[in-house]
Design a binder for this molecule. Sequence first.
Ligand code: OGA
Ligand code: NI
Length: 203
Amino acid sequence: MEDWLSWMDELSCNDFVIVDDFLDAPLISTIRQFFLSHLDSFSKAGVGALDNHVIRSDIRGDLTYWLDRKRDSDLDVFWLLLDETIHIYNRYCFLGLSGYEFHLACYPKGGHYEKHVDQFNKRNNRTISMVIYLNKDWKKGDGGELELYLKDGNTMLVEPLEARCVMFKSADLPHRVLTSNIARYSLTGWLLQQPAALGQFLG
Ligand code: OGA
Ligand code: NI
């Protein structure tokens, strides 16, 4: 819990926090196994929500697989951890989170994602972005770093190290994914202030 308090402090001061070894080795291995056994079901990710949704590999090259808690019960340990995470955010940050959406993402070799923010124009319920990296033995030269555009005007490169979790304020922190030179695996999601089905009608 003390860990969480300092992470939330960092997040509120800096708009982001990086937590190494957020998931333990057995859970990472469960998720990676799940990931690899579902690779056939991934599809090209788009940009924009609802009727603005288009596939633009020049902007975003990853393939995604949207998770469903009921269907994907192999990931139950992760879902429970997520419940706890949301509970803690609500209790200590008063964020009023009431839902989430998560997908697995695979950037094939050569894939990248240009600078963006994670909130859609017409759908502003994404509050906290969470990215958890799943590649074993990532090393310099493999690419696929996450670049954060900080509010002080500086940028920061985050290496996608196994079990590292980056959390940031979805509305406030522009970021991009540099070209990956290997197949890059992550579990990415958003903590929502309303269920997705309600949020998408906002604005
Ligand atoms: C995203 C995103 C960052 C990453 O999916 O919106 O910015 O490091 N991902 O994978
Ligand atoms: Ni993003």
